[in-house]
Design a protein around this ligand. Sequence first.
Ligand code: ATP
Length: 918
Amino acid sequence: MEAVPGNETATPNWHALPAEAALAAVDGRAEGLSTAEALARRVRFGPNAVRPPAQRSALLRFLAQFHNVLIYVLLAAGLVTAALGDWIDATVIVAVVVINAAIGFIQEGRAEKALQAIRGLLSEQAVVLRDGRRQVVPAADLVPGDIVFLQSGDKVPADLRLLQVRSLQVQEAALTGESVPVQKTALPVPAEVPLGDRASLAFSGTLVTYGQGAGVVVATGDATEIGRIGRLLGETDDLTTPLLRQMADFSHKLAFLILAVAVLIFMVGHLGWKLPLQEMFSAAVALAVAAIPEGLPAVMTITLAIGVQRMARRNAIVRRLPAVETLGSVSVICSDKTGTLTRNEMMVESVATAMGLFEVSGEGYSPEGEIVPPAEAPPAAARRLLADVALGAVLCNESGLRRTRTGWQVDGDPMEGALLVLAHKAGIDADAAHRFHPRDDVIPFESEHRFMATLHHDHTGRRFLYVKGAPERIVAMCAREHGPEGDVPIDPARWQAELSAIARRGQRVLGLARKEMPPTTTMLAFADVEAGGCTLLCLFGIVDPPRREALAAVAACREAGIRVKMITGDHPDTALAIARQFRLENTDVALTGGDLDALDRAGFARAAAEVDVFARTTPEHKLRLVEALQAQGRIVAMTGDGVNDAPALKRADIGVAMGRRGTEAAKEAAQMVLVDDNFASIAHAVEEGRVVHDNLKKALLFFLGTNAAQALTITVAILFGWHLPITAAQILWVNLVTAITLGLALAFEVAEADVMRRPPRPAGEPLVGPLLAWRIALFGGLALLATLLVFELARRHGELTLARTMAVNTLVACEILFLFNVRRRSAAALSAEALKGLGPALASSGLIVLLQLVFTYWSPLGGLFGTVPLTARQWLPILLCALAMFVVIELEKLILRRWSGGVGRGHVTGRHGAPAGP
Ligand code: ATP
């Protein structure tokens, strides 16, 4: 039969076919395809990727820029102004809207592209059988006929007809919406059953929650079930976050407030001061336009996108945009130990046996090194014992060791790799060991049961199992221990003491045991190991050194007021020893999962808050710890890698999955994925999150401050019945040139020196807090004062047009200098530190200076806006007044720094006396 898997109409009912028939139908073989064949099929069937849904068209994206209440108000104002024949004002208003939309469109487009590129970094992989061996290939390279292996935590990479299963369970919510996992089988099922009951198929995009399996690819890319329903795998986040939504809400209220003030001003001017209707109308419109922070939403989106890019550059990939904001207020990080805090490059350093302690030398995975037997042991007996230990270490092992150009490399679990290295040092040939003792069955390692067992036979037909795992579990399974004179009854107390001694040195402890099995046994059951009767061979002491960057990052977190907790599956003594190296806050006690289970609710809550080391935990404890910490108002980041970590990752404020070690299930549940599995990357992401938040607040302060100043100049003049110091058209110009360009610079600001020296921002802080409101008012007031002062001075010596030209330039000069004030939330604007990342601010202010010169000296514009050229002397008061404003704001920061440094108040004060900024 010639099947065409890519073609829907000819697709057979794969689920109803026997496994062999399905394999034959896609022209597959039990030993897998050859690489050449796979390449040829790849050309024929195309990549295994679901075509993304059509993007919004450019026009739609451009139009979306206008979908904002503030812009509606502006457009309405423009329309009315045009209807009244005031073409200059109408043109400027429309220009503001269009330029703003264009900048938003371009920048948001770039932001979206950047986000997409970042998502592309999380490409998926699949384990396939090609050229007769297991290989890891990009999931996109799968073709019909490939044989794919699945294990718990994997995302199914294509539609598979299952050939073999071992307790395989798959959660198919992505396809059917059903979140309860489905038991799979390799047997055919009736043709007519619905999708959810096609138990012999594993569908692309679904998650393996338990067990293992292998299947042949029957459909890839758009031909898969998920491809057919046209849903993109993974998330398609839009550019929105709680803060942006809060901002939109704020915009609504602001728009109403501005309209109310404009109407009030109109009434006061027209009815109170009897000013002409048209003049009053254009003043009211100008007031409204000047007050609206139209550039703010785009700048906020861009700030977030830049944050995401910076995080990606520092190895933290944000999968959901709101995480960028939340990261800034994280107050507790719950981290795994192995691989996140430590390097996950393991080496066996000691082997505790019934004969005494063997010490192992060497470095990393290089098999050069020596094993020194206990001094008192007879050499021949020691060699025999070591050979028995090494054989078990090799056979009960899933990893591989190979030499590469750069050195020795482990494929698989690093701890198992360390056991292979040990066996090598003991002189055991791993390939020969496997050849002479073929494996019949395996119980794979799972964190829940903390052991792994394998069943073997030799040429005489003897069958035996090896089991390795958490030492307390292994010792409990053993009735005897393997000594120099054969097996003797075990002395559990002595082994307990050995275990503690090794663990207290910070080494991981792993037990290894062996059990003779009846020759008829062909399958392993949990009861075979758990029933006991095993013989203990040894306890391995394995070092896993801390990551240097993680040591520094934990220290940085401490300084940033973030509590780091270690939640590990390892032994409590090992965990405590490592916690001490990291100088976690509380290293007096480690609580185990068992200890936690014995606590009542209040006790659990107290433990969650006070204890920093949790050992021998299960993923369920992680979930309970997150919940307890959140109930106490903490913002929790939690790491995880296993399929069972998903609930805790989902529940945490920031779920962090490991990019290398993590399962697809964990990545799917997480908000952030670490490319390098390194704790330091979490700390960097937190830092970038804080920078994003700072920049958002800075943009808010700048926009609201400058808009307030612009609006005030008109409002105050009309309220008091003065000449307008700046005409309606001029204020529109100021708004046009400053708001969009200057504010944008703040999105690109880099971290301030104290960003990781202050405590986390309290969650749920209002968008505009008291300090921010005060600073908006302060700048608004000062800029108004400066503008009025220059205007009045000029009026005394000259005519109205000159005074207005000077007033406009004063206002713009104030706004430019204010940008430099705002760049540093509490530190001085003029300092060596403030030179960092000065580029964008300098560039945008340079641009404004240029525009102002054109505005002032280019007569066509002068004609339109009613300006006249200024002499050098006339610039003096302008610059002096703007400078005075700048100095006053810097003084305010200085006073606040001194004050908060002196008072040292809770969250307002950083360690270095820096007050929390706006
Ligand atoms: P963390 O949670 O910090 O990553 P961990 O790696 O020690 O720590 P688990 O992977 O849950 O956590 O391992 C728990 C225990 O199970 C280990 O301390 C070890 O004793 C045992 N163990 C780990 N991997 C294996 C394995 N491949 N085979 C047998 N036992 C293992």
